[in-house]
Write a protein that binds this ligand. Structure first.
Ligand code: FEO
Ligand code: CA
Ligand code: CA
Ligand code: CA
Length: 664
């Protein structure tokens, strides 16, 4: 049980992402592998062709071919990108390629409505935060209005809150570590209002994007916004609570990481690390015990359960079954209730990017971000109707969920998760499809899906019948396999799926590793970027990604630091085709302590929206700060650089100074 007077340690995503799960080290210590990887990343030895010896047999043959200077030259010439690369490094500011502008569009606390109060960090309130832009922007989507490229709705997830950076007067430093004062109800209320999402109209006028504060569709979604639960698990007894005996109505959405925009223009918010919000102990022998253990619930990172019973599993044991879903928001009706679409399963949903397949069905690619968890896809039963938006509004309630098995020979199978088929029967504790969806991970375990190195964002490329899977890292693997070829995978890798026949609905396909990430100059790291990739161009820990309307892949990262890779996170352009395949270049980098989210290109590719998440959360290892960073002693005050303003997560707009296409 949680003690109200017990001070909490500071919350970080890395703690959540490294928390419970099979094979995880409960001490949360850095493993030897992480330490070795960090040490290698700072040493510039064993450069050049020796690195090729560490390349596994599953790597693209083209990447192998590119192992000398002649091929490097060929790779540069074959690139789909053309821009002057940013120098990798760490400092207090952000940096974009020369010839481009990077302007802050929306910061934490900015008005989302014309009548919202001005941001006053010393006097925050729930009421103000409910009318202002939330914290820790992650997914960014752009939904054009009337087909325009210069006018639309920006939809932004607010994944979580960093109290030590948000609130004055709550941090003490003990043994060099940040400790937070006991939570208060006011603080928790502000945190809950800073979670969720924002829908806001934006317009480009005289070349500059601006929010439209009197936009009729502007909306804040929070951890308390009333929502519906829909699809096969809606109303199930395991989703019923004291507050909601119907099992069909829930308050709010939490830890919305990546997401998506559907072909019919709705906004998808994926619920990821939900375990951190629950506290308390389940009654002894409670039927949800194993289910919650598989999800790492409770984790007690947040104190919400001290003030709201539903976040305490001893008081409301079914509430965690009402989170961990994909949420769909009808942005054209600000009064509409967002819907939790249970047909897409319950796990730590990273995102849900989709594309229309040749036969009109819609395919959503889904990652479950935990070490040794799985890659999924969902294929709608119905077909997309481009001429009738209303006809598409419940496509996500019916369809087939699949989980991926990656075979050693480079083929793969999508295993259907259908009640009554194979092992998914009452004998194994699945009485109905609802049980499979509530305990998707356990169902996937039984189907013997391939445990992956933390699946993050997955982006389909409909034109090519492919999908790109970001696998961010995993240093706790005891055995490598073809699709996760490094035991000490500190820097992650990217898999390219080619669906059979180029058909996104296919139930089998082929896969190939596009790149193994990390410093390619150090053989032991085993990175496989093409040799045209410069010392600024490589990255570790791929996280979010986008395939733009020209079919070019952009990757953002989470976890690059001075200690681990000698650089901050950023936005990298990664070639996937021809002689340039596997060549990466740094286009934009974030301030110290931040992670890079988004990225979101407009359809005409003249604008990129990117999200700078948790800037200033770190800097202990950077000479510009060299100690813990918190509200009163920040490693950066980006983006305002004003003594009376804390550091603020923000969405940044990148445009080319000549108005042209980004990266071309
Ligand atoms: Fe919120 Fe999987 O990163
Ligand atoms: Ca992510
Ligand atoms: Ca994406
Ligand atoms: Ca992330």
């Amino acid at each position: 049980m949680n003690d109200q007077n017990h001070s909490r340690h500071v919350f970080r995503t890395s703690q959540l992402e490294e928390a419970d799960g099979p094979g995880l080290n409960p001490t949360n210590n850095r493993t030897m592998g992480e330490i070795i990887a960090a040490r290698f990343s700072r040493r510039g030895f064993l450069r050049g062709s020796m690195a090729a010896t560490a390349i596994s047999a599953t790597v693209s043959p083209i990447a192998l071919l590119a192992a000398d200077d002649a091929h490097a030259q060929e790779a540069i010439e074959g690139s789909a990108f053309n821009f002057p690369e940013v120098k990798a490094g760490v400092d207090a500011d952000h940096h974009v390629a020369e010839g481009y502008d990077a302007d802050v569009l929306l910061r934490w606390g900015d008005k989302v409505f014309a009548d919202a109060p001005e941001f006053d960090p010393a006097n925050q309130s729930q009421a103000a935060q409910e009318r202002q832009f939330g914290y820790n922007n992650d997914f960014v989507g752009f939904i054009p209005l009337e087909g325009a490229d210069d006018h639309g709705l920006l939809v932004v997830n607010h994944e979580y809150t960093n109290e030590h950076l948000m609130f004055p007067g709550i941090v003490t430093i003990k043994d060099g570590e940040i400790e937070l004062a006991a939570a208060t109800e006011d603080r928790v209320n502000i945190e809950m209002a800073a979670h969720g999402g924002t829908v806001i109209e934006i317009r480009k006028t005289d070349g500059k994007w601006q929010p439209v504060l009197d936009g009729k569709l502007n909306r804040r979604i929070t951890a308390r916004t009333p929502m519906e639960i829909s699809g096969p698990a809606a109303g199930h007894a395991r989703l019923q609570t004291n507050a909601d005996p119907t099992g069909k109505e829930v308050l709010g959405t939490i830890n919305n990481c990546a997401g998506g925009v559907t072909p019919w223009g709705t906004y998808i918010m994926a619920e990821e690390n939900i375990h951190g919000y629950f506290m308390g102990t389940l009654p002894e022998d409670h039927p949800e015990t194993a289910n919650y253990e598989r999800m790492g619930i409770p984790d007690e990172s947040y104190a919400w359960g001290e003030f709201e019973d539903r976040f305490d599993v001893s008081k409301e044991p079914n509430e965690p079954n009402r989170f961990g879903w994909v949420v769909e928001v009808d942005v054209m009706d600000p009064e509409s209730r967002p819907k939790k679409r249970t047909a897409l399963g319950r796990f730590k949903h990273e995102g849900a990017e989709s594309a229309v397949a040749a036969d009109g069905r819609v395919v959503f690619y889904l990652g479950d971000d935990e070490r040794f968890d799985y890659v999924y896809k969902f294929v709608t039963a119905g077909k997309y109707n481009p001429d009738d938006r209303a006809a598409n509004m419940d496509l996500l309630d019916e369809g087939t969920l699949y989980v991926a098995r990656f075979d050693e020979d480079g083929t793969m199978e999508w295993l259907p998760m259908i009640h009554g088929e194979g092992v998914l029967t009452a004998e194994n504790g699945f009485e109905s499809q609802a049980d499979i969806l509530i305990e998707t991970r356990r169902a996937a375990d039984l189907l013997e899906a391939t445990p992956m190195d933390r699946p993050e964002d997955i982006e389909p490329d409909a034109a090519k019948g492919k999908a790109y899977v970001m696998l961010t890292n995993n240093t706790k693997r005891e055995e490598a396999d073809a699709a996760n070829p490094r035991v000490e995978n500190a820097f992650g890798h990217i898999i390219e799926i080619s669906e059979d026949g180029g058909d996104l609905t296919a139930t089998s396909g082929r896969w190939e590793i596009l790149v193994q990430c990390g410093d390619p100059s150090i053989a032991e790291v085993g990175a496989t970027f093409s040799t045209a990739t410069t010392e600024d161009g490589w990255f570790g820990m791929p996280d979010n990604c986008a395939v733009d309307s020209d079919g070019r892949l952009w990757v953002t990262t989470d976890g690059n630091t001075l200690a681990d890779t000698g650089r901050t996170d950023g936005l990298w352009a990664l070639d996937t085709e021809g002689s340039a395949r596997g060549t990466s270049r740094l286009f934009y980098r974030v301030p110290v302590g931040a992670e890079m989210c988004g990225p979101c290109p407009t359809p005409d590719l003249t604008t990129f929206f990117v999200a700078v998440q948790h800037p200033g959360d770190g800097g202990d290892d950077w000479e510009g700060h060299g100690r813990p960073s918190y509200y009163e002693d920040l490693s950066t005050r980006w983006p305002d650089f004003s003594d009376d303003m804390p550091v603020r997560p923000a969405v940044v707009v990148i445009t080319k100074q000549d108005g042209g296409k980004i990266g071309a």
